[in-house]
Design a protein around this ligand. Structure first.
Ligand code: GLV
Ligand code: MN
Ligand code: MN
Length: 404
């Protein structure tokens, strides 16, 4: 009897726990994330899959009993890195379900007539190097290798150095058409990150679309100075100005229905209790189903932020770090997935996923599993054991219909 999906997840429940923030912090190339990748590789090997980590740090584990050449494969998987203080399911549920689905197919005596692979993508969250879905963007060429290699984490370590320390070779990082050419279909199972399935009263949904999203770094500059000797009238305090920028973000978003705009990181520099900061770095995340609206929202934020900070004698700059358009998942694959899951609703997602990046190059699909709290990117993210198992059975049904 193989492990259930919840049983597999319980094996990694102690890895990367964050005692300060709560939940899990598993940034790419950290000890915790490497331990998880080793766990995934070991689980694949134990199942007789042929596991390799490619030049971009993507784990591929092949089940190819008929010895077909590696083309037109069905690939399933997700990621193991997390946001800071994230939940237990965002990413790992898709990996554990992929492993469980392989077990279920074996129990059903399915012998794949197409190669099937489990895949794990690095830095999906962009928590360490700032760009979400970094591994899949590198693979597809959506992000040039030179740009990725020069990215720095908050400690100043470059992606090139961190990758090297993780055993990757920087000159092998980048677009990999040969790896992509092996994929006939990619199916990612993911915890639902909103309330869609609660409201629908269903455990599993098929993705219809993924809304476009982008990230911008905002720099507000003022004058660093002494907290005790500088009178209020003499200050150019970028923290006060940056607070106004956050309010501008909320106000502009509220004027454009269906916009989601977030400042989730706000860093005064140098950051001392008795120091008026010289600069504040803020990171802005904007999402809207219509890409032109996202662009318009960001343009308005930039314009109104400049006015808002001027009163404090500060300046503001916006710099785009990444953007991804709204994706409608491949209709033919989506219909096949839905055909294998009678009654499963279609659901759009406001979250970003590697499947959305891969969708630009290969037919991709997603399954979502109910999250009874409706909360994600937080320790309160949850999936009931029964639903996790229903998700794996659904994934096995989908894979069976694709490889049979
Ligand atoms: C990842 O979950 C994202 O949507 O940013
Ligand atoms: Mn996430
Ligand atoms: Mn995710």
């Amino acid at each position: 009897m193989s492990d259930t999906t919840a049983g597999l997840l319980s094996q990694i429940a102690g890895t990367g726990r964050d005692e300060v923030r709560g939940g899990f912090s598993r940034p790419v190339f950290s000890a915790a994330e490497r331990e998880l990748l080793e766990w995934a590789r070991e689980q694949c090997t134990r199942r007789g899959l042929d596991a390799e980590v490619d030049g971009n740090g993507v784990l591929w584990a092949w089940w190819n009993p008929a010895g077909h050449s590696l083309v037109d494969a069905v690939v399933t998987g997700s990621h193991l890195d997390s946001v800071p203080g994230g939940g237990a399911f965002d990413g790992p549920l898709g990996v554990a379900s992929a492993l469980r689905a392989v077990d279920l197919l074996r129990e059903r005596d399915v012998v794949p007539a197409r190669p099937l692979a489990v895949a794990v993508f690095p830095e999906e969250e962009g928590s360490r190097f700032g760009i979400a879905c970094l591994g899949s963007r590198l693979l597809t060429g959506a992000l040039p290798a030179e740009r990725a290699l020069a990215l720095r984490d908050p400690d100043g370590t470059t992606f090139a150095d961190a990758a090297r320390r993780a055993g990757l070779s920087p000159d092998r990082i980048g677009r990999d058409d040969a790896a992509l050419a092996r994929i006939g279909a990619f199916v990612e199972l993911h915890v639902e990150q909103g309330r869609g399935l609660i409201d629908l009263g269903a455990p599993v949904a098929v993705a219809s679309s993924m809304i476009g999203h982008g990230r911008w770094r905002i720099t507000v500059r003022g004058q660093g100075n002494h907290a005790g000797t500088t009178l209020l009238a003499d200050r150019r305090d970028p923290v006060v100005a940056a607070a106004q920028v956050v309010l501008v973000v909320r106000a502009v978003a509220a004027e454009h229905p269906d916009t989601r705009a977030t400042v989730g990181r706000f860093q005064p520099v140098p950051g001392g209790t008795n120091v008026i900061a010289s600069r504040v770095d803020l990171w802005l995340d904007v999402r809207h189903p219509v890409d032109a609206v996202t662009a318009q929202v960001v343009e308005e934020i930039a314009r109104r932020a400049a006015d808002a900070v001027a009163g404090e004698g500060c300046t503001v700059e916006l710099h785009e770090e990444s953007s991804s358009p709204t994706v409608a998942f491949d209709a033919a694959l989506r219909d096949r997935v839905s055909g294998a899951l009678p009654g499963a609703p279609l659901l759009a997602t406001g979250a970003g996923h590697d499947a959305g990046i891969l969708a630009e190059r290969v037919p991709s699909a997603m399954l979502f599993v109910r999250n009874p709290t409706g909360i994600s990117h937080s320790p309160e993210e949850h999936v009931e054991d029964d639903d996790a198992e229903r998700g794996s059975v659904a994934l096995a049904d989908v894979l069976q219909s694709l490889v049979g």
